[in-house]
Design a protein around this ligand. Sequence first.
Ligand code: COA
Length: 566
Amino acid sequence: MQTPPFLDIGIDGIGFYVPQERLRLADLAHARGVDPAKYIDGLMLEEFAVPDYGEDAVSMALMASNRALLKSGIDPHSIDCVLVGTESAAYAVKSIAAILSGMLGISEHAFTGDLTHACASATCSIINAIGLISAGLIKRALVIGTDVSKYPIGSAGEPTQGAGAIALIISRNPRIARFSANFGKISGHVNDFFRPNGQDTAIVYGHYSIDAYLSFQQHAYDDLSRQIGPIDPNYWIFHSPYAKLPVQFFRQLMLRRKINDSHNTGNGSESLGSSFPSADQVQILKGKGEISCPDIQLLKNLDWNDFEICDLHHTIQQELRERLLPSLFVSRHFGNMYSASVWSQVMWVLENYARDGDVFYFGSYGSGATAISGLLQVQPNFRSIIDRPPIMLDSVRTREYLTVKSYEEHHENNCLILPKITLGRISTLPTEPVVTKNIGIQGISLSFCDAGCVLPHNKDLSYCPQGHFGRFNRFFPQSAKITHLRKTDFIDPLLEIAHNGEVPILGIPPVGSVVELNFRKLRQDENKLLQWAPVYCPVPSELVTEQDYLVEKIVLECASTLHRNA
Ligand code: COA
């Protein structure tokens, strides 16, 4: 492939969050009286993430952003733009970006805003960030894709649910990957998928949405190809509502490339080796790369001989295995994360497969509809950031499986987390943030009124609009050890934070357990005003070693070092 022009703007930091609770598709199939092969082979899915109580687009965005800042060592005060792509807004009016900027200590002088274009929302936000940086209006943007994908119980869309958030820090001189100077794009008024106001599940014309996806992905590819010529990346990464759909599109793309353009043979880059990815992963592609009978007939009508058709078949199989399959792990295990989907796949391939200089093609699709395509080039030394924990693989190691009954309860009740909360003290709760060299701030600072409502950092607005008195600051470290637990029947965790200096802790872990900073929606008042605040979650024992964890250094060490042995 000729080297297309790349910008000196790209990804300088990245962080991911997915709920720990999952549902196995085989269990769902049994409960719905469906052949499990339909979900596992027909849609190529294994399991999907289910948000826990109090877990939503805001809490997941807080976690992903915090991780992106920690992994990249970027000071939140240096971020001068926060853009959130989501279709799971917390409020009809009030941006998630504003909530994040206040809670994460982003510069007060940042542009903030949310953008909605179904699953392409985060990609549209990235394009905006690139434009603002190019124009010299901002220096560094935090862009988040955060979504809960939810369809009615028993509907055709149910197996394709999921949840997760991805945060990207976009700037000049990116340390992870830089964007191409050109993008493919296509938009139109298509009613394939929509969620009416006031409804929490989407309405989708499933098979029509598949046709819209296939058509728009193709047009976005063609548009980019017209601008930059032949495209032969090391990895193909397409928005993946379920893993089978990118495979279906890829087969179509490879066939059309071969028919339309002899330059685009699809095997221009060196082979990555047949043992890569692993044999059991390759197994899921069994039969998926076959050229269909109508396509064989089409090729024969174009005077292709059997040898050429076999050769094409071999090329498609190899490309599928080596260049598409790596990204599909994400939707197979976390489900559809809507706006977070394609960028979580980018992170997964960066973590697990990429080498310096590799080029990724990304094809983002958002129902309604739009598609945006582009290239990313991996920067030298990207591993110095990407490999810093927590890595995405940790989220696979520590999942918890729900029964179908408890998944249905989660699905029906968007309730707060209170039944699962204990109060406790942790080993240290300093009042001032600690900044560590190259790692950033190891915790977050929040201000509360006496009733526990979160107040803005802005000193002019230091009072609570609900008429409560008082204002005090708390610093919440990234990681800690529980020193004291208090079980109580009825609690308002925000009040306890305000008056007792205790913190909400998820579950009833034993005293001495290692916990880490997480976020949950903790309160919804009569005006439907929502409050998100820190909740400490136990770190699964398999991810903690004494060597990794030293209480004395609690606020000096990156919380994420808890997750892995070096
Ligand atoms: N064993 C193996 N495969 C099976 C099977 C079985 N027992 N039963 C069905 N299948 C295959 C089908 O052949 C089909 O494969 P194909 O796509 O190659 O034709 C696949 O499983 C899905 O079956 P289908 O009958 O089409 O499923 P469905 O009508 O229940 O719904 C969606 C599928 C994707 C339309 C539905 O899940 C949906 O609406 N999802 C949400 C919307 C979405 O994600 N759209 C994508 C664009 S954004």
